[in-house]
Design a protein around this ligand. Structure first.
Ligand code: AGP
Length: 609
């Protein structure tokens, strides 16, 4: 998400930091800042917008310090603004943070009661105050950091400066990446390799719970229990471009592999395991409001529309409210009938898609309650909706949506669960069971990503097909649509997603021995029917690539290629089924040599009608 750099050495610190931040620009950000010692004091400069704004701000300044930290922010808690930009300061402590602090609200309240005042809306600022509290209680910097971090729940990569310690910086990591670069009498920290690559190729990769103390004399590393440890540096010989992509060939592949992490970040702090319920900060859709809602309209475009189609099954299934899913560009032109009893949920990665925005405005005009599901904080959709729930997938650079789709599915599941609980359709026990199932997903996704090689072999086999058919039924049908969309977007092969039961009403005419048919045949109410659809394809010599539940793997004989997903509840299967379809589209496109990250004619954000 955010980008972090830190430096200890004898170069011009601000220049090293700004150069590092530029090398992190590819990740996307909405504000930036640096903190550098000058004449013994920490000077902080922050600006919303592009790095050029920050450059403009500091261009006539000189800083004599040899230690500093820099940050590019991708907003999660609090809009993009100068005040919310990092570094943050409280008392003697100045820090930058990448990650999400789950328990920031209770901590903020507790710190306020102690007389602490906050100057930003961020979760980050509470870490500054906490560390400063422990400094005031007499701890040294390292101990203050260790003690403060015991109090926070969530993820963090931190770079921390202390007023009065102008020769050192402390770094800490939990569930957000942080690397240390080892130079000659100089040391670097960064959230990613690129900012450090021009200076050194020797890296230490910090692990969860580790802390590092950096000064020009050297570094000291501590494990989660506070014991000093030694780690052998690793030599990284990546080119700058490889480094930006984290060693992956394309951003899209990197983003596919980031999905387990994106899901963890999206559910973080939102699950009330004991109550079997979900908490959405600042959203007051309580029973009195929900009971007035007669129907829900889910509106979106492209991949986000496919999430909406899955959302219809989830919400109708878990809370028994009628749901319609509509395409943004169609919605307002079909003269929709809305009103105060309609909840309109607009789904968009970018939050800037013109058709989705127009549909939202139509909903507002007719008095509907509006809610946005969005990945970009303070986007137009987020600002114009009555309520907003963010997916915390982090910036998505590949034009083809991957991790943002999966996190949209997770949010829709959480909304269904919340409403089901609030309306009394789901019991506490059922809520708990769903949460137990949900939290298993990131691990299962990790396991599935290991099948990338197997998917590659299938991709190689069908590389020269002219057309693909993707079939699914019920909640898996939208995933068939998404699989087909991914393939056409990036490989330029014609592909169609179809409800499997509809095949005999037309598309069956296309099937011959040249036609690969991807069939989503995981266990659910219509499983037997999908097996019959497979038979229909085989009878016409079509090539079947079947995606099945793990436990059915060995009964599935009549197919040409087989992939499986772990046995999960049918409501959660779409999340897992998405992964092999993304990988198949990716490998086919890569083998064909297309521009995977920027496919022809496509834009990441479609801001025109
Ligand atoms: C998906 O891979 C595409 N990039 C596209 O269909 C996209 O989902 C659509 O344009 C909607 O974008 P949004 O989610 O930003 O609104």
């Amino acid at each position: 998400m955010c980008g972090i750099v830190g430096y200890v050495g004898s170069r011009k610190t601000a220049e090293v930091l700004m150069d590092g931040l530029k090398r992190l620009e590819y990740r996307g950000y909405d504000s930036a800042g640096i903190a550098v010692f000058h004449q013994g004091k920490i000077e902080i400069r922050r600006r919303v917008g592009k790095l050029t704004h920050l450059e403009e701000l500091i261009k006539r300044e000189t800083f004599d310090g040899v230690v500093g930290i820099g940050h590019t922010r991708w907003a999660t808690h609090g809009r993009p603004s100068d005040e919310n930009a990092h570094p943050h300061k409280a008392g003697r402590v100045v820090l930058i943070h990448n990650g999400i602090i789950e328990n920031h609200l209770p901590l903020r309240e507790a710190l306020k009661r102690k007389g602490r005042t906050f100057t930003s809306e961020t979760d980050t600022e509470i870490i500054c105050h906490l560390i400063d509290e422990f400094l005031e209680e007499g701890c040294g910097p390292l101990e203050a950091v260790q003690t403060a971090l015991e109090k926070v729940r969530g993820s963090y990569a931190l770079g921390i400066l202390f007023e009065g310690n102008e020769k050192s910086l402390i770094a800490a990591r939990k569930e957000s990446p942080l690397v240390i670069g080892l130079g000659e009498g100089e040391y670097f920290i960064a959230s990613d390799i690129p900012p450090i690559l021009p200076y050194t190729r020797d890296f230490i990769f910090m692990e969860d719970g580790e802390l590092a103390y950096l000064s020009p004399e050297g570094i000291h590393l501590y494990d989660a229990t506070g014991h000093e440890i030694f780690k052998e540096p690793k030599r990284i010989n990546w080119s700058p471009l490889m480094a930006e992509k984290g060693g992956f060939k394309h951003f899209m592949l990197k983003e596919i592999f980031e999905q387990p992490r994106a899901v963890i970040d999206t559910i973080r702090g939102r699950l009330l395991e004991e109550k079997g319920d979900v908490l959405f900060e600042g959203i007051h859709l309580e029973a009195s409001v929900l009971k007035t809602i007669r129907r829900i309209c889910l509106i979106a475009c492209g991949t986000s529309y496919h999430a909406a189609l899955v959302g219809k099954f989830l919400i109708e299934g878990l809370c028994r409210i009628p749901v319609e899913a509509d395409i943004g560009s169609e919605f307002r032109y079909r003269n929709p009938i809305l009103g105060k009893d309609t909840l309109l949920i607009a789904i968009s990665q970018s939050g800037e898609t013109a058709d989705t925005l127009a549909a939202l405005r139509e909903g507002k005009r007719q008095g509907a309650i509006t809610l946005a599901i969005c990945n970009v904080v303070e986007s137009s959709l987020a600002r114009e909706s009555d309520h907003v729930i963010y997916t915390y997938a982090g910036p998505e650079i590949g034009v083809a949506s991957t991790k943002t789709f999966v996190t949209q599915l997770v949010i829709l599941f959480l909304i269904a669960l919340r409403m089901g609980r609030e309306l009394g359709v789901l019991s506490q026990q059922e809520g708990r069971r769903w949460i137990e199932e949900l939290v298993k997903l990131p691990h299962l996704m990790e396991e599935m990503l290991k099948s990338s090689k197997q998917v590659f072999e299938i991709a190689r086999k069908y590389l020269s097909a002219r057309d693909f058919l993707y079939l699914g039924r019920g909640i898996n049908y939208p995933i068939a649509l998404e699989g087909a969309l991914k393939l056409k977007e990036i490989s330029y092969i014609h592909a169609e997603g179809y409800p499997a039961g509809e095949m005999k009403h037309g598309p069956i005419a296309l099937i011959d021995r040249e036609m690969p048919v991807v069939v989503l045949a995981t266990r659910n109410d219509v499983y037997e029917k999908v097996l019959a659809n497979i038979e229909e394809v085989k009878a016409r010599e079509g090539k079947v690539i079947a995606l099945v539940s793990e436990s059915d793997r060995f009964h599935m004989k009549a197919v040409d290629d087989l992939l499986s997903i772990p046995d999960v509840d049918p409501f959660l299967a779409p999340i897992l089924l998405t992964i092999p379809l993304q990988l198949m589209a990716y490998h086919i496109a890569d083998l064909k040599g297309t521009d995977v990250d920027q496919p022809r004619n496509l834009a990441k954000s479609v801001t025109v009608e």
